[in-house]
Design a protein around this ligand. Structure first.
Ligand code: UD1
Ligand code: MG
Length: 455
């Protein structure tokens, strides 16, 4: 946005007891990405130049997730949970570096849009030392209230410290804030803990700033954005909001969906124009779909790229590290895993392609299975172009099949096949004249005799 520098302090030291989980709360996922990941991505998109993440003791897993997304993120361990201001101060070394803007975000509040963080920063750039994120709460219970006098924010009062009158205020504190980097550290250090909970409240920074003659501001956002997650019910509610946003964005960018409410995406699902999605399609992380692709009902895709004009499904599964070429047809009950299919490949029914490369125009018959795993290691299968793999073929990797090869149906192929060959991997058929009819007639007689005996 600007050339101003910005430090984001992400509070993620909450215990998340109500999640009833061995996993820390902020690592629970929304649309295929941890909650803390959503926050880190949003602040980065809002121009955050550095990130400091405050974690609980022993939370190497949260630290690792933060570093996966922002390798330069600094990690600060809050051993005792003494309040939001206490938590922010754990990033003192970073705050002391003198960034222009400081954002304080919560790791369990994953829906705040990058534009909203941007608006908070703009208010700092415009001169406010403290900017609160306000929202009109349908039910203000449990939230801090924003006290506005003569048009300016004078105080944030926590519900349990509020007077009757203050409790009636509907404009609530979203919790997140932006601070002027020039003043943040000095103000934070002066916050005390004389209140109902005996905690160091970040919200006290409003009064302290005003006492210094600094100014405050409020940026408003829809309540939806400041939704925090404390339990798995709220996790599902936030997921639903995230999915609704993703569907809407996809449709706006040119994706058609017969029943959008049945399509589930990941935070990073990418579509070009004129993609058509039938009902009940699920996208795990890392999927990119080019123009003109149709994905038919009940298909599951993750970590793959699908090139233009391909038709996937119904009931197809495309797994990570797969690349599906232009105009490929993948039909029902076909699983593709870590495989690269060139243009116009067809695998229309009941197949498994794992660690496989398939050349252009090749047809994979129904029931073809690549045996890529020997119980210890995975092995590759390379299939050339314009190959016809007959139905019910078993391809035992490692294996290389040349171009224009024809594999007879029902073959088990464990040796490489040269270009142009016709390969059989099955016993030759034999037939005994008349024996079939003799047997069938004898069986008929036996059944009739048994029936006559009353059996
Ligand atoms: C906070 C705000 C309240 C606001 C509400 C919005 C304060 C004092 N109050 O209250 O005005 O309406 O958010 O949801 O800021 N955390 C730590 N270490 C701590 C304490 C908190 O990391 O010592 C983290 C929590 O994990 C959480 C966030 O900071 O992600 C907010 O803490 P929480 O206890 O949920 O604050 P609220 O009481 O909800
Ligand atoms: Mg809270």
């Amino acid at each position: 946005m600007t050339d101003r520098t910005c430090l984001s302090v992400v509070l993620a030291a909450g215990e998340g007891t109500r999640m009833k989980s061995a996993k820390p709360k902020v690592l629970h996922e929304i649309a295929g990405l941890s909650m803390v990941g959503h926050v880190l991505n949003a602040v980065a998109e809002a121009g955050g130049t550095a990130a400091a993440v405050v974690v609980g003791p022993g939370r190497d897993d949260v630290a690792a997730e933060a570093r996966r997304l922002v390798p330069s993120a600094t990690i600060h361990v809050q051993t005792e949970r003494l309040g939001t201001a206490h938590a922010v101060l754990h990033a003192e070394t970073e705050l002391a570096k003198g960034y222009d803007d400081v954002i304080v975000a919560f790791g369990d509040t994953p829906l705040v849009a990058p534009e909203t963080f941007g608006r908070l920063r703009s208010a700092v750039a415009a001169g406010a030392a403290v900017v609160a994120l306000g929202f009109e709460a349908a039910n203000p219970f449990g939230y801090g209230r924003l006290v506005v006098e003569h048009g300016r924010l004078t105080r944030i009062v926590e519900g349990r410290d509020a007077t009757e009158d203050q409790r009636r205020i509907r404009l609530c504190n979203g919790g997140l804030m932006a601070l002027s980097g020039a003043h943040a550290l000095a103000l934070l250090k002066r916050i005390g803990n004389v209140n109902a909970k005996g905690e160091y409240y970040l919200t006290d920074i409003v009064e302290l700033a005003l006492a210094e003659g600094l100014s405050t501001a409020i940026v408003e956002a829809p309540e939806e954005e400041v939704r925090g997650v404390n339990d798995r019910i709220q996790l599902a509610e936030v997921e639903a909001i995230a999915q609704a946003r993703l569907r809407e964005a996809a449709m706006r960018s040119g994706v058609s969906m017969t029943a959008p409410e049945t399509v589930f995406m990941s935070y990073d699902t990418h579509f070009e124009q004129d993609v058509f999605l039938e009902p009940h399609v699920v996208f795990g992380p890392g999927v990119s779909i080019d123009s003109g692709v149709t994905i038919r009902a009940y298909s599951h895709l993750a970590g793959c790229h699908v090139a233009s004009g391909a038709v996937i499904g119904p009931f197809a599964r495309i797994r990570p590290k797969s690349r599906i070429g232009e105009k490929v047809h993948i039909g029902n009950f076909v699983e593709v895993n870590r495989s690269v299919l060139a243009a116009k490949v067809e695998a229309n029914h009941l197949a498994y392609l794992g660690d496989t490369t398939v050349g252009e125009g090749t047809n994979i018959g129904a029931g073809t299975i690549t045996c890529n795993f020997d119980g210890a290691d995975k092995h590759p299968t390379v299939i050339g172009k314009d190959v016809f793999v007959g139905s019910n073929s078993t391809l035992i990797a490692p294996l290389t099949i040349g171009d224009e090869v024809l594999i007879a149906a029902g073959s088990t192929i464990s040796q490489n096949v040269e270009d142009g060959a016709l390969a059989f991997g099955r016993p030759r058929q034999s037939a005994l004249p008349d024996r079939g009819a003799e047997k069938i007639r004898a069986n008929k007689v036996k059944r009739a005799e048994r029936k006559a005996r009353g059996g």
